[in-house]
Each structure stands twice: as structure tokens, then as C-alpha cells.
Design a protein around this ligand. Sequence first.
Ligand SMILES: [Zn+2]
Length: 194
Amino acid sequence: MPIYDEVLAANEQYAASFGDKGALALPPARQFAILTCMDARLDPAKYAGLAEGDAHVIRNAGGRASDDAIRSLVISYKLLGTREWFVIHHTNCGMEFFTDDVMRGLLASSLHTAELGPDGFRDVGSGPGSAEAAYIDWLTIADNARSVVEDVTRIRSHPLVPARIPIYGFIYDVATGRLVEIEEATKAGLAAAA
Ligand SMILES: [Zn+2]
């Protein structure tokens, strides 16, 4: 079955047993938010025990504290009342396997999907590509514990983020499903006493 049909069939089943979820409130009931990677192996609802209506989950490549992730976090607390935030990166993240220069080179040569081999990504497609990639900061990761510390620190020191919100830093282990706290990150994200 094509993916398009699979998705609509799955949605049909979901809606058929939707129950009373139509009555859920807009603000997240458990008043917290998670910023995490879009990696297909990560399911925040499962690894953090979320049901519909519980929490905000903001996802991007790497779970990085980009300007747009911060935009969502600010909306999350300012308009929708979240009080605690988690930044969760993970082991074996695809963002560790390339750099800005590599990504710019790959896209400059071709818009086809690259292959991931033992030596990183390499192009197997044909051109033309585009030089537009040179204008994007891809927010790649060299060390995932370091990236969690950096992102928690960036959010903590952002002028639109109040000091009362604690920010916790974690690495999700794709081999075990376990969340491992990065103490230096959580320390950097400590809330100021009210
Ligand atoms: Zn990832």
C-alpha cells in the first residue's frame, strides 16, 4: 500500500477510537515542553510517557536550540503556560555525520539523496545542485553531550526566557531507549530562585 493510503487508513482507525480527546484543553496539561531530534527512532510520547494534551514537543534535525525552536519555546511558556523544559539529543544522531562544509558540498553538486557510508555521506546523484546551502547554518553536532550543554546554555541565556524555568539536558540512547542526564547541561539550565 502506498504511504499516502497507509497514513489515511491509520488515521481512520485513530479517529474511530478518538474518545473524548476532542475536549482536551489547548494548554499542555502537564505544563512542560521537550525539544528533541526528528530522528525516526525517537518517539517522545513513548520515551517520556506522553498522552495527547500532556506536553509540547518541538522537533528539528538534532533537537537544536535554533531561533525557530526558541520561538516555539517562548510561545510555549508565554501563551500556553509550560514551566519546565527538556532538551534531548541522542546517540548516533545523523547530525554527527556531516559538517556545514560537507552539506554545502553535497547540495552544490546534486539534489538527490546522498548515501551514508563508513566515511560519511557521499553523493551518488547527478546535478545540478544549488549554492543556496551556503546560506544555511546546518547546526551540526560534533559531540552530543557538548551540543546539549550548548543548547541548554543558549536557551537559558536568551533574553525572552525567564529565569524561573528549569531546563534539563539529556541524551537519549538509541541502543537502550534510556534517557541519560547530562549533568553539566542541567546545571547550566538551573532556574533562579523565585
Ligand atoms: Zn538526531
